[in-house]
Design a protein around this ligand. Sequence first.
Ligand code: PMP
Length: 441
Amino acid sequence: MSHVFHRHLKQRYPTAVSGEGPYLIDADGRRYLDACGGAAVSCLGHSDAEVVEAIREQVGRLAYAHSSFFTTEPMEALADFLVERAPEGLSSVYFVSGGSEAVEAALKLARQYFVERGETERRHLIARRQSYHGNTLGALATGGNAWRRRQFEPLLVEVTHVSPCYAYRGQAPGETPEAYGERLAQELEAEIQRLGPQTVMAFVAEPVVGATLGAVPAVPGYFKRVREICDRHGILLILDEVMCGMGRTGSLFAAEQEGVSPDLVTIAKGLGAGYQPIGATLVSERIRAAIAEGSGFFQHGHTYIGHATACAAALAVQRTIESRDLLSRVRTLGEGLQGRLEDRFGEHPHVGDIRGRGLFRGLELVADRDGKTPFAPERKLHAAIKRTAMDHGLMCYPMGGTIDGQRGDHILLAPPFILEESHLDEIVDKLDATLKSVLGH
Ligand code: PMP
């Protein structure tokens, strides 16, 4: 019996023993094409020599120094790298070990910012339904995913939720994307008025929704309107780019494609590409300055803040992506993947929508296309697809429909940026074989 407390205690997992570019290899020698980067993590594949060497070099010199005693060269260099390329106004980086921690730090930074300014009544957070921002309690409270929250309620942080920007299901027949975006902006405005604008601290959203909806970008103009509304009421805009950031959608930050400058941005997954656990919160100058000129101390911290080896790994990952011009590859391969998915599944009776940006693509599965009826959650389609895809040597990231029945199952694809065109064919072929086995089509 395994002594590891696995998440699925009734499931047996193959043992991953090595990696080779976009493939993972198990103890029986089976190869799996990693079409989801785990959970949109492994953007450089699994054995990048430059990154491995950078880690070796750093760990041999200095693996770790506690951030309350020292700063380190890799931490400073990584912060410089990110700020130089970040949306306007973001001027510093708070390093943590993963996505949930980055979200927690963003929430506490937002709160402390208002406390430093004497606006202590600003405590409400607004996020969106069917969203995921992490599993620690603050991040879980922020997320609007009923299935993940249900058994832990009541949650510690009070958050209210507005509708996500989810055109496939939310946009009314005959409604233009612009009108749909405006309707959602009005919903946010109404929620702010209901709570009292002077009591609202921040609005939190993913620019392209990953785990809960499956690579769903907002309609054009939505985030611009959100930014305007936040500005009008002095509310901070927190963009969660844990999954969609670090080049996944074809630009280093997904917010660039929305033309907005957020106050706080969370990143993780693709930052270290799985070579080391690392996340970060990018902080705008006005928040940094309010805290620096006020108490001068962010009342928060973890043992592994700015871990030297993790920062060295992330810096090597990001420099490699830049020096090999992999973001333009993400854009080209992304179009190639979308085209192939549409060719193969565009008429599929159970594929309702194919969407996404860059190498971040989602297929929504429905029982019938015309009614967009989701499959019954009890069918646990996502589990069958994941298992069957693995049998076909493919890793993809399917998620189940919610208990509130407001969306269908989806399959998320987030492959490494280093793919060859032939891997796109392999992904689509293996996905096709998987759907045929599970759905009969
Ligand atoms: N935010 C988003 C948007 C995510 O997708 C995730 C992870 N799926 C998290 C936060 C939490 O990140 P982690 O699992 O690294 O704690």
